[in-house]
Design a protein around this ligand. Structure first.
Ligand code: UD1
Length: 418
């Protein structure tokens, strides 16, 4: 298995281009199942999760051509309505195939995603919502089977503002008969990106970006031609890379839209984040200040930035608390940060981080996608060598991260498996 080796201690400087958002590109790719014809998606990041969706779509019978500008997807000749376990188990978002296939073909069979390192992550809200829209759901040998002769719009209250459930149900409702109202819906920017794309396809959707989304079903949708929004989590990770190394970098291809919670916490930590004509300029301070954060659904502090922010706070001049409310088990990076000299204790969903003067390089292991990013950040700040193993987690969600960091002056390289 590949490793990432970092010799830390260099302030990062220069410019970095932010890629398209993984969490937007994934649902957009599944949305292509809603309509026949040739779909075009631009600014799609090259990531392992995107490869997985491509394999799923190809398995259904779609034809995909990749070029410099993005992907062209022909979802006209769908022959299979089944998402197999081998693919679904590597990426939970595969469950987003369920709604679009059901809505267009009246049937779908998708493997249950199974366990995940950051918590149980059930799909009960997806299934309950589909049932309310008229689907008959059965579980068979680890697969969810959904069938419907006619989906009918209905009010659906989500017990939790789940991003995936909101996306799955919004896509399904576009082809149901009548109006669906999603209440307590997720408000994440990626939901708005998906709604914008669906509207371009001819869907009738209002209220996305708020907790109440109205969808008026239509008979058919047209193919998609759309540019994926910039990745706010990748951008946030590079902001912290500048902050933790005391560097000065320019992020190109992104703005500060949707970053209010993160930027406000970075300002409190003493980091200078500024919108400039060319993008976003970030300068790290001489001494980081401690900051308390609590993860929440958007517009609260994103859970996908929690691990990276913890790495930053481990070098602050004082004590910070970090409370994780979205996932029940998202502190897997703590033990690894401790191996690098961080002083962190955990009590349930709250971590107390007592800032230390320096982090020390060590061999560490990535446990999930954002945990891997936090270890890279810690390694960039540590004063000797850090070796991160199990980097396949990183490849799920960061496009060419080591190349981008090298471009900013980091001493980082990937060592291929022997
Ligand atoms: C999406 C993001 C992920 C991010 C998360 C929260 C994608 C591909 N992934 O994941 O990066 O960390 O939002 O911002 O966009 N839940 C249930 N039942 C359900 C669905 C969810 O109880 O049916 C719970 C989950 O266990 C979790 C919480 O709801 O505790 C939030 O999960 P959800 O918003 O659904 O996350 P994902 O869509 O999986």
């Amino acid at each position: 298995m590949d490793k990432i080796v970092i010799h830390g201690g260099r302030p990062l400087t220069g410019e970095v281009a932010i890629s398209g958002a993984k969490n937007s590109a994934l649902p957009l790719l599944f949305a292509t199942l809603l309509a026949s014809g040739i779909h075009r998606l631009r600014n799609v990041p090259r990531l392992r999760d995107i490869d997985t969706v491509e394999k799923l779509l190809t398995g259904f019978g779609a034809r995909i051509v990749a070029d410099r500008n993005g992907l062209e997807i022909d979802a006209g000749a769908i022959e299979s309505l089944e998402a197999p376990y081998e693919l679904v188990r590597t990426m939970r978002a595969s469950v987003l195939a369920l709604g679009p296939l059901l809505a267009r073909f009246g049937r779908a069979r998708v493997s249950l995603p199974g366990g995940c390192a950051i918590g149980a992550r059930p799909i009960n809200l997806h299934l309950k919502g589909l049932e309310i829209l008229g689907a008959e759901i059965t579980l068979d040998h680890g697969y969810v089977e959904a069938k419907a002769t006619q989906l009918r719009g209905a009010p659906i209250y989500l017990d939790m503002p789940s991003v995936g459930a909101t996306e799955n149900l919004m896509m399904t409702a576009t082809l149901a008969q009548g109006e669906t109202i999603l209440e307590n819906a997720a408000c994440e920017p990626e939901i708005v990106d998906l709604a914008n794309a669906l509207r371009d396809m001819g869907a009738v959707i209002e209220g996305d970006g708020s907790d109440k989304i109205h969808i008026q079903g239509v008979d058919a949708l047209a193919p998609l031609d759309y540019q994926v929004m910039p990745d706010r989590i990748e951008a946030g990770t590079f902001m912290i890379a500048a902050a933790i190394t005391g560097g000065n970098i320019l992020l190109r291809g992104c703005t500060l839209e949707h970053q209010d919670a993160l930027v406000s916490k970075l300002h409190q930590a003493g980091v200078d984040v500024e919108l400039v004509a060319e993008g976003v300029r970030v300068r790290g301070p001489q001494q980081l200040q401690p900051v308390n954060i609590k993860t929440l659904p958007h517009p609260g502090f994103p859970t996908d930035m929690q691990a990276q922010f913890m790495a930053l706070m481990s070098l602050a001049g004082g004590t910070s608390t970090i409370t994780e409310t979205v996932f029940e088990n998202r502190f897997m990076h703590v033990c690894e940060l401790q191996r690098m000299g961080a002083n962190i204790s955990i009590d349930g969903r709250c971590a107390t981080v007592r800032g230390v003067r320096e982090l020390l390089g060590a061999p560490v292991m990535a446990t999930d996608l954002r945990a891997s990013a936090s270890l890279i950040l810690a390694g960039l700040a540590a004063d000797n060598t850090t070796e991160i193993s199990r980097v396949y987690h990183l490849d799920r969600g960061y496009e060419r991260i080591e190349e981008k960091l090298q471009g900013l002056g980091a001493d980082i390289r990937r060592v291929a498996a022997q």
